[in-house]
Design a protein around this ligand. Structure first.
Ligand code: 1GP
Length: 250
């Protein structure tokens, strides 16, 4: 099971986000292999727009990297039975019923038939200093970056509702990544795995997010711009020992 293997196992992990349709399948093949060689642990596949080649994207990434591929759907039109698992995201920081439960209802019968492993995730949008696609498309207001108490209460409610993990999202290409005080306060309030992503451009941020208690770091744009960064990110993520970590998963 992917959830046990990736999210509940010891050790912090690095995930590379692939936005389908942003590159040719040939480029993707090269990049996916490079990401694996550089130490990425798994891939997320998803974006804000519908892509015509989601099945091909998933297959190419899986075949060329040999790593698990988890869907990270921006909407329920982005599903592929070829993936290993799907994050069933509920946008719990927002108050838009479509993203809290509507899309999930539409997708549930397909997901059951597909045999995909479904991992329920509390998706929380945190203000990253600029308006991002996810904020605009979801029509929700992010949690202010200086309100760790709201963030931790939201994450706690997600855990109490039975969600399997919490995903703190500053938004792709965000000016600022999720702040350390938000990560720390959420980490202290929950006991399920914690993912952080959005706007992560350098190693020092990866380090401080890990130190603050994130179990999984996600990078998309930085990898698109400079695939070489993945090695530095992955070395940093994997250098965290159990004793240094605030999480029981790492
Ligand atoms: C995953 O949306 C992010 O949480 C990816 O963000 O593209 O800024 O790395 P970047």
């Amino acid at each position: 099971m992917i959830y046990e293997k990736i999210f509940k196992s010891k050790g912090k992990k690095l995930a590379v986000l692939i936005d389908p349709g942003k590159q040719s399948l040939n480029d993707l093949r090269i990049r996916a292999e490079l990401a694996r060689k550089s130490g990425a642990d798994f891939f997320l596949v998803g974006g804000s727009m519908i892509s015509e080649n989601i099945d091909d994207t998933v297959s190419v990434v899986k075949e060329s990297s040999g790593l698990p591929v988890i869907l990270f759907p921006g909407s329920m039109y982005q599903l592929s039975a070829k993936a290993d698992a799907v994050l069933l995201l509920s946008l719990i920081s927002g108050r838009n019923p479509d993203f809290l439960i509507g899309n999930q209802v539409i997708a549930a019968p397909f997901l059951k038939k597909s045999g995909l492993e479904v991992i329920s995730a509390g998706y929380m949008l945190i203000d990253g200093g600029s308006r991002t696609s996810v904020e605009y498309i979801s029509n929700t207001v992010p949690i202010p970056a200086d309100k760790p108490d709201i963030a931790s209460a939201t994450a706690l409610a997600g855990e109490m509702l039975g969600l399997s993990l919490i995903y703190l999202e500053a938004g792709s290409g965000a000016r600022y990544p999720v702040r350390e005080n938000i990560v720390k306060s959420v980490r202290e309030s929950i006991s399920i795995p914690l993912i952080a992503g959005g706007g992560i451009k350098d190693v020092s941020v990866v380090e401080s997010l890990c130190e603050s208690g994130a179990d999984i770091i996600v990078t998309g744009t930085a990898f698109e711009k400079d695939a070489g960064l993945i090695k530095a990110f992955s070395d940093t993520v994997h250098s965290f020992q159990a004793s240094k970590s605030k999480s029981k998963f790492s």
